[in-house]
Design a protein around this ligand. Structure first.
Ligand code: SAH
Ligand code: SF4
Ligand code: F3S
Length: 487
């Protein structure tokens, strides 16, 4: 029964991610005696959550503690996402709610950060009269000056996109942390021009962060008791650090003097400590190399899990999407994962249903691609046209909403079947699990993940978060594995 409730919760969240698009994260209370209080609410992808930790760090050095209650905040920040229309609508509704509070408390400063700030720029100040401050993803170092400007009675905007900013020297204040797993941004921006996607416009050009600062951050986390890091980038496989880039950014001289690619970076982070698990996201099918797969295979602590978004199973649609790979190329990458790492390597995807001019036959090609790969998990969306993107300029958004939704439902149903099938394969096997904390529903059960990123729940015994345990899986649902610790 316990299993069932937990499971419904996870499925509901899965649905929420797909339908309502975005999960929200809210700052927690810190009490270090600072003068003012900051409330920060974050939407969108892990990059955005990671950016909120940088923002909190900058604000904390400038006299702000964080709070989880926006009504007691002096400054309220919404770190926003523009990926789909619904994501922006959620933020607009939230701004309206803040407005009600601001009417009673006019001193409360409201700022919009992140991708929506970048996309709409000063239009946000004009449209949403309650916004005091608009700051894009590359301008967070300017926050103290911008806050001061608002304190002095003006509105403030900085949406300058940088070719160099990586916030490499800023040590993030971990928000909503379980003390076990953390994100590390390894690059920013995106140079791919997928025709449906707003990210290249909101996040600017791709740039990689100094490997030395990445390894330092991983070491620091390990010493603080963290046992898993996830390296983040829109396309981690195109990570490339070169000394020239360092000079161009006019940063302090880096101690790394040779060119470093993603496989080499992965290896450096894996070498921090054998008990520090390493994950990464997102891999781009056009760029993921066998070299990366061999590196994963070589290190036990690099998790056997790859998020490899396909978007569609039809080569024609992929071409319209400007993904620059075909169905065959994608399937070849999946075969390489199976051949080099093994059949148990977790693979997940992102899928878009109802992209411009997608036919029923092409939709069925997506379903058949899913049948071939049998993903462990997928994030599934229907196409949402975004202003300014290539698709908006070149193609008609011609698939009726009901058709998009029906196709999406077929994709979701297929995925649920595959998730269950993949999880059933794990029954009877023993998995190494990193404990992340108590299960959501019971203090008598712990929860963690196996290497393939699957949630595993088991009776607690005397174990605690941060420890590795061997768990024999006895049962499963489409979203979760259930088992018991074996010695
Ligand atoms: N960099 C990652 C994805 C970033 S956005 C990658 O290349 O895979 C996360 C996901 O949102 C995308 O993979 C895509 O599936 C979805 N997405 C992006 N733009 C969208 C749009 N206009 N409509 C619907 N889904 C979209
Ligand atoms: Fe968007 Fe494509 Fe870049 Fe991903 S790789 S962020 S989908 S443009
Ligand atoms: Fe959204 Fe920006 Fe991330 S558009 S998905 S918050 S990069």
């Amino acid at each position: 029964m316990d299993h069932l409730i937990e499971d419904i919760d996870i499925l509901a969240r899965q649905e929420k991610d797909t339908e309502a698009c975005e999960t929200v994260k809210v700052s927690e209370n810190t009490h270090s005696g600072k003068e003012r209080k900051l409330y920060i609410e974050s939407y969108g992808c892990q990059m955005n959550f990671s950016d909120s930790e940088i923002v909190s760090s900058i604000m904390s050095k400038n006299g702000f503690d964080t709070t989880s209650n926006f009504e007691e905040a002096d400054v309220v920040f919404l770190n926003t996402c523009s990926i789909r229309e619904k994501a922006e609508q959620t933020v607009r509704n939230r701004l309206a709610q803040f407005n009600t509070v601001k009417k009673k408390k006019p001193s409360m400063m409201i700022g919009v950060l992140g991708c929506m700030a970048e996309r709409l720029k000063s239009k946000l100040l004009e449209e949403e009269k309650i916004v005091d401050l608009v700051v894009g993803p590359d301008a967070y170092r300017d926050l103290p000056a911008l806050v001061k400007q608002v304190d002095d009675g003006q509105k403030a905007v900085n949406t300058f996109l940088s070719r160099e900013e990586t916030y490499a020297d800023i040590s993030p204040v971990r928000l909503n942390s379980n003390g076990v797993t953390a994100f590390i941004s390894i690059m920013r921006g995106c140079d791919n021009m997928c025709s449906f996607c707003v990210v290249p416009f909101t996040r600017g050009r791709e740039r990689s962060r100094d490997p030395h600062s990445i390894v330092n951050e991983a070491q620091d986390l390990f010493h603080k008791g963290y046992r898993e890091v996830t390296l983040l980038g829109q396309n981690v496989d195109s990570y490339k650090w070169s000394p020239e880039q360092n000079n161009k950014a006019r940063l302090e001289k880096s101690s790394v003097s040779q060119v470093i690619n993603f496989a080499q970076l992965l290896e450096k982070v894996a070498q921090v400590h054998p008990d520090l698990r390493v994950r990464f996201s997102t891999s781009h099918p056009k760029d993921i190399t066998d070299d990366v797969l061999h590196t994963i295979k070589r290190y036990e602590n690099i998790c056997n899990y790859i998020h490899l978004p396909a978007q569609s199973g039809s080569s024609r649609v992929l071409q319209l999407m400007n993904r620059t790979y075909t169905r065959e190329w994608y399937l070849n990458r999946v075969d390489a994962i199976h051949a080099i790492i093994g059949e148990d390597c977790g693979i997940s995807s992102d899928m878009i249903s109802g992209f411009c001019s997608e036919t029923e036959e092409e939709h069925r090609e997506t379903l058949s691609l899913m049948d071939y790969v049998k993903y462990d998990f997928s994030y599934m969306f229907f196409y949402s046209e975004r202003p300014g993107t290539l698709a908006e300029k070149k193609y008609e958004d011609d698939i009726p909403l009901e058709v998009k939704k029906r196709r999406l439902n077929e994709v979701i149903t297929k995925q649920q079947g595959h998730s269950l099938e993949r999880n059933k394969r794990d029954i009877g096997k023993v998995h190494k699990v990193l404990i992340e904390g108590f299960s959501k529903r019971s203090d008598e059960h712990l929860q963690g993940r196996n290497s393939a990123n699957k949630v595993v729940i088991f009776p607690a015994k005397d174990y605690a978060k941060g420890q590795y345990v061997m768990v024999e899986v006895e049962d499963c649902s489409a979203a979760t594995l259930f088992g018991k610790i074996v010695d």
